[in-house]
Every structure is written in structure tokens, then in C-alpha cells.
Design a protein around this ligand. Sequence first.
Ligand code: KIV
Ligand code: ZN
Length: 515
Amino acid sequence: MSSSERIIIFDTTLRDGEQSPSVSLNVEEKLQIGRQLKKLNIDVIEAGFPVASSGDFESVRRISQELKGLQVAALARANEKDIDTAWEALKEGENPRIHTFIATSDIHLQYKLRKTREQVLDMARSAVEYAVKFTGNVEFSAEDASRSDLDFLCRVFEAVIDAGATTVNFPDTVGYAVPHNFGRMIRYVMEHTPNIHKAVLSVHCHNDLGLATANVLEAIENGARQVECTINGIGERAGNAAMEEVVMAIRTRRDVLPFDTAICSQHIMTVSRLVSMLTGMVVQANKAIVGANAFAHESGIHQDGVLKERTTYEIIDPKDIGLSKGTLVLGKHSGRHALKARIEEIGYRLSDEEIHRVFTRFKSLADKKKEVYPEDIEALVAEEVLRIPDRYHLAYLYVAGGSGIKPTATVILKIDGNEVSGVSLGAGPIDAAYKAVAKLVKTESHLLGFAVNSITGGTDALGEVTVRLEEGSHVVTGHGTDPDIITASVMAYLNALNRLEHSKENAMHKRSVEL
Ligand code: KIV
Ligand code: ZN
């Protein structure tokens, strides 16, 4: 690494990211993402908010036990019960961090907390004093900092640093900041908090105005040395600053941004796809760095330029983020060992039984599709191994249709291990199949959205279907991939139905937590 100043990357995909509408990850899924975050060489992983649910508690505990060589953080409001619970979940970790927070803006004080500034200052100080009894690694966040009175904020930061906080975080909680002004705020805090040099100043930017990454870069220029971000920019409402954007902006523009991170960027695409698959949050095609079109050149002039010299139209080498576009990895004659080696190259270590399951899917895919790309293999691994154990499985699907024929679907499902079958007519083959599934599962949900995408090019590409379902207050997303678009659609529907079960179960265990 050059002499550039090092920026600490604090990933909150598993906490703020999981607060995205309709996202709910189970412990196993969080662990899978945590393992990939470790491969990226993230400095701090915020693994959850332990007091919020038993699932969050367990995720923080398991991630702390398993992932070494990085810091694991857990969120806690500024009270003893939250901090006790966070510590209980973190305590077996190698380098645990308690992350406690309270809002500091007058609007939050008046309407949400109904407290005076002096009361909030006391609560912040007391929370940090309490947390440092467990660990010297304590972060304090001033929620809604960007709409807070800056002199009050500096007093709060001074008090919590005196109490032992080693990181103070400046969140733009509602994504209200604009870059030049945000930079000035950070500079003001750096210059008016007398003991700021004893702590790392962090920023946490939401993307409500589409400015999160720009705000982060301004903040770094003005003294922030930790960035809180998420993979694919997921998070509350419009999401958080995207890790891949911040890291690649810094790396690509070293000439004007003399900073660096420890991120191993070649793992970015794998983590991005995993997070998208497990959360059900599809990455928009034109998303910077990780969108399907981020390196696609449509116009002839651009294609010609890239063929002559890549840098004419590409500011990042796709290989630097792990994009192996165009690399054929396996075909139908490839064996189990070749598949296992490729899976390990992508970054997953699977048991023999899991390899067997992926191999079976791979063989059937390779029969239908001549060329199998790393992206296809990742999709199979995510579907077969990484996601929630399913209650509903597709055992058989037959669809009849065509011009002049009323589409009919015959479906056999395994529900809790028992086979059930049904037939239905529909407006089209997918509609017929969905009606048959809905009858068998006896679901009360209804479809909010349905989208089809192709994972790689060509008519034999894996089709990727995403559906959104709603039942009462539960909204979930499901994913399915298959070269046959109708099969992919049914798999996506079943995945969403499985997630719905999971979401309903989770809601029963979720404690009511007001932020
Ligand atoms: O957006 C926010 O203010 C947060 C804090 C809890 C750090 O997520
Ligand atoms: Zn946030």
C-alpha cells in the first residue's frame, strides 16, 4: 500500500442493510455473508442489534465466535439493558465493539425522545461509561447528527470521548446532507471538539438524495477516517453509502483522493451477488460498479474503442472487482472435482453433501446450456446451499401452452417432505403454474411484483426471476434461476413463499424496539 491515509471500512449490511424494507436474513444466511465480508477484508462488521430479536442476538454471537481477525460490532441504544445484551452476544469475539447511539437533533429530542439536550448528553456519557466496563472498543453514534446543532454535537462528542469512546460516528440518518456542506460540518466537528484526536471520526450516510457516496468522500477529505457502508448500498429507505462505490472511487481516483482501504476488491462481485440473492434485493442494472450494465458497452463507437484499448471507455478494470465476464469455466463434461475447484476459487468451502447437491443442479444446467460461467455457479451455490431451509420444494412441473391452447400447469410440490399435486388453468403458462402452487400452499399472499432478468447473455442464459409477495404486514422477495423461465418463475414464487413463512415466524420472536 502507498503512503495514502488508511480509511477504516465498517460494513453494516447485516444491521442497517437488514433494515431494508422486506429483508430478513436468518442466522445461517448472515454467517454466509459474514464469511464473504471477511474475504473482502472488511475492518469492522456490524452483525446486528442484539436486543431487537433472538435472531439478531444469535447472529451476533455466531459471527463473533466464528470470524476472527476483524472487529465485530453490535448496536445498542444508550441504555444498560441494550448494552448488556449487546455484550452478551459479542463477548466471545476476538475484538468486539459495542456501538451505542442516541439522537442529538432537536427534532428527534422534541418529538421522539421527549428529552432536553442536557438529558441526552447525560444519557450518551453514561452509556459510554457503562459500555467501557466491558470493552475498550466503544463507538458512539449521534443519530441525526447532520440535522443537529453542531456546537451541541461537539459537546456530546467531547463528553463521550472523555468517557472512553474510541470512535465517534456522524450519521446523516435521513440522507439530508449535500456534499460541500457536509464536508464543512465534518471539518467543524474536527476543529471544535477539543479531544477529537483521541478518537476516530466516522460517517454513516444514507442515500435519500442519491448523495451518500459523494457525502462520504467529502467527509473523508475533511477528516473522517471510518466509513459505515453496506454492500450494494442496501439499508433503511433509499439505503446507505455503497461499500463498492466508496472503495472503488477512492482506488480509481488516487490522484485526487490520497487515501486507501484494506479491501480486497476482487471479491466485490461475489459478495454483491450473494447479498442480492439472500436478501432478494435485485441490483439495478445501471448501478455503479456492480450493476449488470456497469461494464456493458452498447454503442458501436464505445465497443470499438474498448477493443482497441480498454481504458478508452473503462475507468476500472472489471477484473479488479472480480468480474470474469466472458470466461468459460465449465461445460457438460466437467466433473465434480473441477466444479469443487471452481466453487473454492469463487470463495466458498462446501461439504461433500453440499457439493453433491450443487453438482446435480450443475449437470442439469450444463445439459441445457453449453457454457457455464462463474456467475451461473454462484447462483446455483446460493440457491442450493446458502439460503433458508425451504418448507416448500418443487418436485415436478409440466406446462402445456401455445397459440390456440388454454395454458395448463401440473405441479407437484413437497411440503414438509410430503408430496402434493395440483392442476390449474391460467392466462399464460406462468399464471397457470402460480395458480396451481397457490392452491397447494393455501397461501393468502398476493403478488406485488414480477421481474425477469438474464444472468449471462444468450438465449440459453440462466433466467433470473424475482417476485415480491405481500401478506398483511409482511412483504418478501423471492428469487429463482433456471434456463427455463417458467421453472425459474415457479422457483422464485416458492422461494418467496418460504421467506414469507420465515418472516411470519421471525415476527413472532421480534421484540418491539423503538429507535
Ligand atoms: O442511520 C443511523 O443514524 C443509524 C445509526 C443507528 C448509526 O443507523
Ligand atoms: Zn443508518
